[in-house]
Every structure is written in structure tokens, then in C-alpha cells.
Write a protein that binds this ligand. Structure first.
Ligand code: GLU
Length: 424
């Protein structure tokens, strides 16, 4: 984002503070809290890649496998210049809770490479991706650890990962290895509805919230931070309810138009120019002005820890639906609560992506192709069911929704540990 120098806390400490609160409310044994406070495996690989210029360049890649008591490690691969071990550890742990919350038979993992993908050609991106996959070797696998897209990666990158894995690592029974990654393109074994799934899931949550609060989305206003896959799809799908996008920002800056911004046309502008800046009919605003924009709903869909104390004080909205993973600092949470701002936490709000990843994995495993309606119907049902579970848990335990969502997840994990015990 344009505020690259903003001092941010350590994301893993934020994740640990969330775990502690949830473990207390869930009343799980200290041993479970201790197990979840460290990932099972932290893999770091350094590898050389030949650039278009002919020179070699070194890259640092990560794969953190947080927990697999409920199923294979699952989670995205991020390409970004700020990727660090503690960031990937935090993101991997949130995947564990996200899958457990939905009762999907997956654990949690996350990976990434520290570099700025915009500065590289397609050929370079392909070589970086293939070399990284090769370096990970059998640390990933269709029943062991299943990557997916995240910030800076997409279906094409997943297909390169799959192809490399199939041809180099999983040499036997090649086709059975297709599901080693999800979020692939449709032509190469991806699922209908996967690309829009995270945005669609966020809008299901917002629609449920509006129904509970008897709030009319038609005529409501919203702001979105980040206009990648999650931000753009959320903005587009939410517009169909009759709500209007009044401010938006990305890595380059923020723009506003109180009369509404057409997210479909904005996406075309971003496709052509690389950012939201300069979109006709809007004017540029500062990051501080963006956070102070009056609207009904705010969807953070950029990087983690964008909502600190200052931003929480400035926010003038009724609801925050967390599209990004970990967008809210621990210290910002009580401020939002005191202001009466509802928060639909990341592991619930943005979980549509991994839910449809699970459907993609199942389709690959069974050699099936579900049509879009089937995927969307299943996603809608699951999102609504989990939303209701979180809202009921929060009401029962009188806790906030983040704690409720994480406590449901931690309880499920604790039950599995109680039954299986610790080896040996
Ligand atoms: N990167 C996405 C997330 O943070 C999707 C993960 C997946 O589909 O495995 O939830």
C-alpha cells in the first residue's frame, strides 16, 4: 500500500493474542494452546533463478505448516516484497482456524516468496514459480500440503506449480496429483466459482448481517481497501445488492466519488493502468481521508494490520467485513467495539476462497466437474451455516465475533487432540 512506512506490530504476536483469548473462552487445555502457538514445520528455501537478462538472482521462499490434526495442510502462496517468516506463520495459523471453523477436513499452512512480482516478466515468474515448487519438493502433496493463490499469485501460477509437481516430484500416477494445488485455471482442473469465491463469501456474510440487523443494502454505501482478486470481486458482487462503492484504494493510493464508483468499469481501468488512480469521475484522497470516509460498510482487502489505533478512531462505518487476513491490530479491537462497529472476522468473512478450494480438491479427487450453480449453492449454504454458528456462539458466550469464530475452531481441534492423544 502507499503507506509502506506505517509501523506495524508483528503479525504472529497478533495471531497469538487472538489464540489466547479464544482458548480461554473455549476453555481448552493449556497443552492445546501450546501446540497451536507454534507451527509444526517452518520451511525456508533459497534458490537461484535465471532472469531474462541472463543473470542469476537468489530468492527466499517459505512454506509454514501450522497444524494438520484435522487434515492436510492447506493455504495460499503469497508473492510480495514484505513476506517474512513471522507473517507466513501468522497466515498459516489463521488457515488452521479458518478450515476448522468450517469443519473442512484440512489443516493450515501458508507460503510465499519475498519479491515484487510486478517487476518481473511472465517468463521470469514462471521460472521463479517452478524453481520454488521444485525446491519445496515433497514438502507439498495432494494429501499432505495443498497450496492455493494469495496476494500476488493467481490461477496461472497455481498451474505452473501443479505442472512442476506432477512432472518432477509426483512422477507416479501423474493425474492423481492434480489436486496438489487449488485455485487453478478452469482449463487445467480448477473449479467454477473459485476465482470469485472469496468475494462471494464476503457478500454472503454482509447479506446475513444486513438481514439480522434489518438493514437495507439497497442504497447503502461501502469502501474497499485493496483491489486485487478479493477487493475487486467483493466490490462487484456487493454492487448487485444496490449498495454503492464510494471510496477505494490500492498499493498506489486512494480515490473517492460520493455519487458512487462503478466497480466493473473500475476493474477494467485497473486492468489497463495497474491501479485505481486516475479513474474518471473520482478524485484522489489521502490514506487518512480514506479511513475517515463515512460509509455503512468497510471491506479491508489488502494486507494485514492496516487497521491500527488511528484508523479505528477514524473509521465511520457500521460494519467491517474482513476480506484481508489479519487486517486489525489487537489494540484497535476495543476501540471498534466501543464505537459500536460490528466486525465480521477474517476467518469467517474471507473463508469462501478455501471453501471452494476444498470443492476443487474434491472434484479433482473424484474426477468430477461441478457446474457453477452447484458450487455457488454449496458455498452459500456453508457460509450461512457457519455465520449462524458464530453469531450463536458469540451470543451464548457474550464474546466478540473474532473470539467466537476462533473458539469454535480451537474447540474442534482440542476435541481431536483429546481423542487421539499425543504420540508416543
Ligand atoms: N489464500 C486464501 C486464504 O487466505 C485461500 C487459501 C486456499 O484456498 O487454500 O484463505
Amino acid at each position: 500500500m502507499s503507506d509502506a512506512d506505517k509501523e506495524k506490530p508483528n503479525p504472529y504476536e497478533v495471531a497469538l493474542a487472538q489464540l489466547d483469548r479464544a482458548a480461554k473462552v473455549a476453555g481448552v487445555p493449556q497443552s492445546v494452546r501450546d501446540i497451536l502457538s507454534q507451527p509444526k514445520n517452518e520451511i525456508i528455501v533459497n534458490f537461484p533463478v535465471r532472469m531474462d537478462s541472463g543473470e542469476l538472482r537468489m530468492f527466499k521462499g517459505y512454506r509454514v505448516q501450522h497444524n494438520n490434526i484435522l487434515g492436510p495442510y492447506k493455504g495460499g502462496i503469497r508473492y510480495h516484497e514484505q513476506v517474512s517468516l513471522d507473517e507466513v506463520k501468522a497466515l498459516a495459523s489463521w488457515m488452521t482456524y479458518k478450515c476448522a471453523l468450517h469443519d473442512i477436513p484440512f489443516g493450515g499452512g501458508k507460503g510465499g516468496i519475498k519479491f515484487r512480482p510486478r517487476d518481473f516478466s511472465q517468463g521470469e515468474l514462471e521460472r521463479i514459480t517452478r524453481r520454488f515448487t521444485h525446491a519445496l519438493g515433497s514438502n507439498i502433496g495432494p494429501e499432505y500440503d495443498i497450496p492455493a493463490p494469495d496476494v500476488g499469485t493467481n490461477g496461472q501460477i497455481m498451474v505452473w506449480m501443479m505442472d512442476t509437481y506432477m512432472n518432477v516430484v509426483g512422477f507416479t500416477d501423474k493425474n492423481a496429483n492434480r489436486r496438489v494445488v487449488t485455485g487453478k485455471t478452469l482449463a487445467s482442473g480448477g473449479s467454477h466459482g473459485r476465482e470469485t469465491a472469496t468475494g462471494q463469501g464476503i457478500v454472503h456474510c454482509i447479506a446475513e448481517w444486513a438481514r439480522d440487523r434489518r438493514f437495507d443494502l439497497n442504497g447503502a454505501t461501502y469502501t474497499v481497501q485493496g483491489f486485487g482478486n478479493v477487493g475487486a470481486n467483493t466490490a462487484k458482487i456487493l454492487a448487485r445488492t444496490g449498495a454503492s462503492l464510494v471510496a477505494v484504494g490500492d498499493w498506489k493510493g486512494y480515490v473517492t466519488n460520493g455519487d458512487g464508483i462503478n466497480p466493473y468499469k473500475l476493474a477494467e481501468h485497473v486492468h489497463k493502468t495497474g491501479s485505481v488512480i486516475g479513474y474518471p469521475g473520482t478524485h484522489s484522497i489521502s490514506r487518512a481521508e480514506f479511513f475517515a470516509t463515512a460509509a455503512d460498510i468497510f471491506v479491508p482487502a489488502a494486507l494485514e494490520l492496516e487497521i491500527g489505533i488511528e484508523e479505528a478512531k477514524a473509521l465511520n462505518v457500521k460494519l467491517i467485513a474482513e476480506g484481508a487476513n489479519g487486517p486489525t491490530e489487537t489494540a484497535a479491537e476495543p476501540i471498534l467495539r466501543d464505537k459500536g462497529i460490528d466486525v465480521i472476522p477474517d476467518i469467517l468473512a474471507n473463508s469462501g476462497g478455501v471453501v471452494v478450494s476444498y470443492y476443487e480438491w474434491l472434484q479433482n479427487k473424484r474426477s468430477e466437474r461441478w457446474d457453477l450453480e452447484e458450487v455457488e449453492e454449496r458455498l452459500a449454504k456453508r457460509m450461512k451455516r457457519t455465520y449462524l454458528a458464530v453469531s450463536e456462539y458469540a451470543a451464548m458466550k457474550k464474546c466478540d465475533w473474532r473470539v467466537a469464530a476462533m473458539a469454535i475452531a480451537v474447540e474442534r481441534i482440542a476435541r481431536a487432540y483429546a481423542e487421539r492423544g499425543i504420540f508416543p
